[in-house]
Ligand binder design. Structure first.
Ligand code: MG
Length: 392
């Protein structure tokens, strides 16, 4: 892990990096590869606490590494995406979802000649604030904190990056580049007047591509849905037809795999066709210029409509499936019981969150502690501390 200077001072400009003989600098690399409308490392606003530049890693590469080495990132491996560990071991976790988003976002970013390092960083960061048990957990925490500003995983990601991760002496947080923090802030508050950087938009588009494909895959693999039921959706019918034209005689399992492959490829190709044409027409002269246009990186109007149909179908038939709802109810009851339990018995909180309570109040501190837990740790702490409490 790279350590910042011991005495950060945001008013000092970053000194130029030491040059390693024979190595290409990030500025040289980006000037060769990136489109005019890509975000360039040398144009970064920088970090809250100024640091010397790194000799061979650009600022967004360093941001990526800081996220990758954070505890919050590792904990994504134990957090629910849609289906919990109790339902099987095939499906995505929050971590593998994040990796799939990063992979697809990098593909899109590279093809559009955007800044792949920034895109990857934003993708690895985008779900880092998710609490245990997916959106069930998020909704429960939002209810617990309703009188204290609520809870949103997108906002919580910023809290993690700016306060809760403490790898450095001298200041709190990961000291990420402004573009990474602003990109995540725009996810938390979509009402901002200005468009986000194109790299931020790529991650939003990649997130949507990713979950449309993997939720379909997981739901069929776990037996929540059949391929036959999925053919109620026009997009799925069209893609299955394309698969069958190319590959004959597939059994159901191979058909599901081919469909998921097609679902990703079809969506990514559509996003690239649509966005590539818009960018070519508008020809923004810089990353900031691109923010003035009211187009967004995303699918064509036709695919947008088809994805809405798929999304509504998945909502009704997967996210509202009795097996998923049962797990959801249990997770929500548990989080509510733990929130009330820690309020009554704060002695169960670790020291770090007692200190945090002095800054943000006990309720918010409990919310942050619960949000950081993996599913497994949450269940274990519930059993350990509160399972014998009345109503627990
Ligand atoms: Mg996501």
């Amino acid at each position: 892990m790279d350590l910042p200077s011991s005495q950060p001072n945001s008013s000092e400009p970053s000194p130029l990096p030491e040059r390693f003989a024979g190595l290409q600098t990030i500025v040289e690399r980006e000037s060769l590869l990136l489109a005019p409308y890509a975000m360039r490392s040398r144009d970064s606003v920088g970090r809250k606490h100024s640091e010397p530049q790194h000799p061979y890693r650009g600022p967004f590469q360093r941001d990526r590494d800081r996220i990758l080495h954070s505890a919050a990132y590792r904990r994504l491996s134990g957090k629910t995406q849609v289906f919990t560990g109790a339902m099987g071991d095939y499906h995505r976790t929050r971590l593998t979802h994040t990796q799939e988003v990063a992979s697809i976002a990098r593909t899109v970013s590279r093809a559009l000649r955007l800044n792949e390092d920034l895109t990857e960083t934003l993708a690895l960061f985008h779900d880092i604030g998710h609490p245990p048990f997916g959106h069930a957990g998020e909704d429960a925490l939002n209810e617990c904190l309703a009188d204290d500003g609520g809870f949103s995983h997108n906002r919580h990601a910023l809290m993690i990056a700016e306060e809760l991760e403490t790898p450095y002496q001298g200041f709190r947080g990961l000291n990420l580049s402004d573009e990474v923090l602003q990109g995540q802030a725009s996810r938390a508050d979509k009402t901002g007047a200005a468009q986000s950087l194109l790299e931020v938009q790529v991650v939003d588009a990649a997130d949507s591509v990713t979950y449309a494909a993997h939720d379909t895959d997981d739901a069929v693999a776990l037996g929540i849905l059949t391929l036959d039921q999925l053919t109620e959706v026009l997009l799925i019918r069209e893609l299955l037809e394309r698969v069958r034209q190319r590959l004959a005689g597939l059994n159901d399992e191979m058909l599901r795999k081919a469909l998921v492959h097609e679902l990703i490829d079809w969506q990514v190709s559509d996003v690239l066709r649509q966005s590539g044409a818009l960018l070519a027409r508008a020809a923004p002269r810089s990353a900031q210029d691109a923010r003035q246009y009211d187009f967004a990186i995303g699918p064509s109007p036709r695919l947008t409509q088809q994805k809405e149909e798929l999304g509504a179908f998945l909502y009704e038939r997967v996210y509202r499936h009795p097996r998923v709802l049962a797990v959801r109810r249990e997770a929500q009851q548990r989080l509510h019981a733990m929130f009330t339990g820690y309020l009554k018995r704060p002695e169960h909180l670790p020291q770090k969150f007692h200190e945090r309570a002095e800054q943000v109040g006990l309720r918010r501190s409990i919310g942050e502690y619960l949000a950081g837990m993996t599913d497994r740790f949450c269940s274990r702490e519930y059993q350990r501390c509160f399972s014998n409490e009345p109503g627990g």
